[in-house]
Design a protein around this ligand. Structure first.
Ligand code: COA
Ligand code: AMP
Length: 629
């Protein structure tokens, strides 16, 4: 089958295409309705199908003879620990943990927030929730209590699962005090918290509310898989939008299982029994889809790596893990490879490892810049595949279908649309643009299985964020173009979202925090280019009249505020005082223009600008502060 044939069939006869792919899933009740619309007039896949995702990820493989195969390998250079779980062992742990949750009153449809580092227990917790037909919401460990509180208030979990600590490069971060602070801040209070105690830190448990994971597991009654509808939610994953309030992306069970299982072969060319390693974190969508669900749905072995590409202990860490477990595919963010290249530019460390089993390197999370593409490809001598996706879709929108037909990659492009994604490049009026012209990347509805059907608790926000700008299309928020061969080039966000080290962050949210400082009259936070992390946020602040504060002082106060509210992961380290911000006559800050100045791009002065003299002034200040690339 050629890519062209596969893709054409997925677009021209989507129901037949996905009905066929759904055959690969063991349903409790096979769907008869393949594509339909729900009460909100949103396309849904497999509406009358019944299944359980944890069953498909574990029990199914045990029943079909894969029980003794490794399902999960935990590798933690930061604690010097390695542990393997076969499918049978992981199924048993998950069933027990589901029993622990059940004993805490968790039932189908209830929410459970998981705030954990990269340890096997995080995966066990996710699958335990899924086993009960409940809904998990994992919160990335790098987020501060405020962010966790916002998510607790939105998801209203019955239970929160955490660990006593996470371990970063050379530092231990106690999680429990962060959780306690979050619960103190949140209006919603969970009934109970389950705490996995690690040897590095012993968390203090609050009597009547907190349970010790190990003690609870010791006496737990294993729980069975609860059947759910394909359209029932499997998880909520919060992601940054343009405002301070993150969006709860809802993922359904059935479409997700079908799409992910399909993707493991079609995109990643993985067979059952192969080892797949996504060096991400379960707090991000890549972790959900390709550390946990994708590899397990496909009967592969997944690697849970609690470490970094560098400094744990060195820039050979990725090669060591690939060799040790015989990974066939490695998936990571371009930042990781830039970090390795910086530490070991001549790849001396690579020489001591045998990577003969590694076939392909996949990258996503941010744009794969051509220099990083070439360095990785030349260093490893293997195909490097860029693929573009979003939390909202849960899997790649554009990529190179290596299990169908591998196309010749083009540096800077995430190759071609993946099956089911009908990608169009539109101008602001919604007209399709010719090849080569840059515009808004939109996806014609219906989208394939796994894509979000709503924002948790706020359908209107879903409609206005994604569907109303171009009726009949999903608006991705990314800009880019297609070339004459149909290759797609994603050039960056068209909104206030930035990507720092592959982590999606909202500059709008940072602005809200900066603007809260009593000395700040107005501010703009923009993403500027960063040679390691792709982008980094920078605040341009205008002080209130009459305020006397040293530039360095205000910068350090603002940096501390953003770190406290969002967390270290925001990487907000620069705040520059300016005299004026360029604005339209109606008072809107011209952020796009600021980004163009920072990128060192030619820009035209908009006719709506209020004070054209503000431009050379701000350009000079940004240049002087090293903010122009
Ligand atoms: N829990 C707590 N804190 C965390 C965290 C977590 N899970 N993840 C990151 N942080 C903290 C870091 O310790 C750091 O804190 P600091 O400001 O006190 O030093 C801060 O958040 C910024 O982290 P990061 O941007 O990751 O920078 P770093 O200097 O620690 O590491 C890299 C740099 C390149 C090694 C790292 O960014 C990396 O591995 N990137 C790959 C990206 C990736 O996998 N993305 C996933 C999406 S696919
Ligand atoms: P997230 O939802 O965290 O996965 O972030 C999604 C955003 O990351 C997208 O909207 C893009 O802006 C960016 N992104 C992800 N993958 C790529 C890629 N391969 N090329 C360019 N941008 C990407």
């Amino acid at each position: 089958m050629s890519y062209k044939d596969e893709y054409k069939r997925s677009i021209e006869t989507p129901e037949a295409f996905w009905a066929e792919k759904a055959e690969a899933v063991k349903w409790f009740k096979k769907p008869e309705t393949i594509l339909s619309k729900d009460e909100n007039d949103i396309y849904r896949w497999f509406a009358d199908g019944e299944m359980n995702t944890a069953y498909l990820a574990l029990d199914y493989h045990v029943e079909t003879g894969r029980g003794d195969q490794d399902a999960l390998i935990y590798d933690s250079p930061v604690t010097n620990t390695k542990q393997r779980y076969t499918y049978s062992e992981l199924r048993d742990e998950v069933a027990k943990f589901a029993g622990v949750l059940k004993a805490q009153g968790v039932e189908k449809g209830d929410r459970v927030v998981i705030y954990m580092p990269m340890i096997a227990e995080a995966v066990i917790a996710m699958l335990g929730v899924a086993r009960l037909g409940a809904i998990h919401s994992v919160v990335f460990g790098g987020f501060a209590p405020h962010e966790l509180a916002v998510r607790i208030d939105d998801a209203e979990p019955k239970v929160v699962v955490t660990s006593s600590c996470g371990i970063e490069i050379a530092k231990v971060i106690a999680y429990k005090p962060l959780l306690d602070e979050a619960i103190e801040k949140s209006a919603h209070k969970p009934d109970s918290c389950i705490v996995f105690q690690r040897p590095e830190v012993t968390a203090t448990l609050i009597e009547g509310r907190d349970l010790d994971w190990t003690e609870a597991m010791a006496t737990a009654e294993p729980a069975d898989c609860t059947p759910v509808k394909a359209t029932d939610p499997l998880y909520i994953l919060y992601t940054s939008g343009t405002t301070g309030k993150p969006k709860g992306v809802v993922r359904d069970n059935g479409g997700h299982a079908v799409a992910l299982k399909y993707s493991m072969k079609a995109i990643y060319n993985m067979e059952p029994g192969d080892v797949f390693w996504a060096a991400s974190d379960v707090g991000w969508v890549v972790g959900h889809s390709y550390i946990v669900y994708g590899p397990l749905l496909a009967g592969c072995t997944t690697v849970v790596y609690e470490g970094k590409p560098i400094k744990t202990p060195d820039a050979g860490a990725f090669w060591r893990v690939c060799e040790e477990y015989g990974a066939k595919a490695l998936f990571a963010a371009p930042t990781a490879f830039r970090a390795i290249k910086k530490e070991d530019p001549d790849s001396e460390l690579l020489k001591s490892y045998d990577l003969s089993k590694l076939e392909t390197i996949f990258m996503a999370g941010e744009r794969l810049d051509p220099p990083t593409y070439h360095w990785t490809k030349d260093t490893l001598g293997k195909p490097v595949i860029d693929h573009w996706w979003q939390t909202e879709t849960g899997w790649a929108i554009c990529g190179n279908l290596t299990g169908v037909e591998m196309l010749e990659p083009k540096p800077g492009s995430s190759t071609v649309p993946v099956s089911g994604f009908d990608i169009r490049v539109l101008d602001h009026e919604g007209n399709e643009l010719p090849n080569g012209e840059q515009g808004n990347i939109a996806i014609k509805l219906p989208m394939p299985p796994s894509c979000l059907p709503t924002v948790w608790g706020d359908f209107e926000r879903f409609r206005t964020s994604y569907l109303s700008e171009f009726p009949g299309y999903y608006c991705s928020g990314d800009g880019g173009y297609k070339d004459d061969d149909g290759y797609v080039f994603i050039m960056g966000r068209t909104d206030d979202v930035i990507n720092v080290a592959g982590h999606r962050l909202s500059t709008g949210e940072m602005e809200e925090i900066v603007a809260d400082h009593p000395a700040v009259a107005e501010c703009a936070v923009i993403g500027i280019n960063d040679p390691l992390k792709g982008q980094q946020p920078v605040g341009l602040v205008l002080l209130k009249n009459g305020v006397e504060i040293d530039d360095a002082q205000i910068e350090s106060e603002l940096v501390a505020m953003v770190r406290k509210e969002i967390g270290a992961v925001a990487c907000f380290r620069r705040a520059i005082v300016v005299q004026r911000l360029p604005k339209t006559r109606s008072g809107k800050i011209l952020r796009k223009l600021l980004r163009q100045i920072a990128d060192g791009k030619e820009y035209s002065i908009p006719s709506t600008i209020d004070d054209p003299a503000s431009l050379p002034e701000i350009q000079e200040i940004m240049g002087r502060n090293g903010l122009v690339s």
